[in-house]
Design a protein. Structure first.
Length: 243
């Protein structure tokens, strides 16, 4: 067994269960996000705008399951044939819910993220669910190629809730288009963030057409009763190249 990388802080973790269709997944997630944010701030103590920007990147927002990941997972659970025996990549994978799900369906998976602690969490979650996922630290907003990523070779690419900044729509569209094989598919889920429409247009401008789906899923909370109290509708988009 490979040695786990050392995380930035000593996270307070707990195991949660996500029931995605007929697939029960066990995931290590963060117990208290506010506490983790406080610990990160105390450790790095930013003194300049640049350091504050770097600190924002280090915040462990990846360490919980967000509604968009659940919606994409539901879409996948109902369409196993699209993923079984295929090669896939999840970008901005966070805890790796959908990479793990695809692997459970029989896909050969690679996953990527930019946060230095994602590798630690993904390894723990992969082991917990008894799957093997190849991880590569990669920031899809960076146009530089990565030797560990085979662009143009993936049968499908997954991304959930990754559109947070003005530059993201165009960068994401280009990254996803570079990753998939000529007949590959892109699967994107989003809670309706302000930059979503720009990303959809950017992908269409690159020669893709989309099919839209909608799922009602639980909100995020470590307390199951709270998750059941609130639900929200999340859209999932499938993109295919125009013929």
């Amino acid at each position: 067994m490979n040695k786990l990388p050392v995380p930035l802080i000593d996270y307070d973790m707990l195991i949660t269960i996500e029931k995605i269709g007929s697939f029960p997944l066990h995931l290590w997630s963060i117990r208290d996000m506010d506490r983790a944010l406080d610990e990160i701030c105390k450790k790095f103590e930013p003194k300049t705008p640049a350091e504050e920007g770097r600190l924002l990147d280090l915040c462990p927002y990846f360490a919980t399951v967000w509604p968009s990941a659940r919606a994409l997972g539901l879409f996948m659970s109902e369409r196993k044939n699209l993923f079984s025996k295929k090669r896939g990549m999840e970008v901005g994978c966070g805890l790796g819910l959908n990479a793990i799900l695809a692997s459970k369906m029989g896909a050969s998976m690679q996953a990527s993220d930019f946060h230095p602690d994602v590798e630690y969490w993904l390894k723990k979650n992969s082991e917990l669910n008894q799957v093997k996922i190849d991880y590569v630290e990669w920031d899809w907003t960076d146009s530089k190629p990565s030797p560990k990523i085979e662009f143009g070779s993936y049968d499908f690419v997954l991304a959930s809730d990754v559109l947070y900044e003005k530059r993201h729509p165009e960068d994401l569209a280009k990254a996803l288009a570079r990753l998939i094989a000529p007949k590959g598919s892109i699967y994107l889920s989003d809670p309706g963030r302000s930059y979503l429409e720009y990303a959809l247009i950017a992908l269409e401008d690159l020669g893709f057409h989309r099919v839209e789906f909608e799922f009602e899923v639980e909100e995020s909370s470590i307390i199951p009763e709270h998750r059941l109290e609130k639900k929200r509708k999340i859209k999932v988009f499938q993109f295919l190249r125009n013929e």
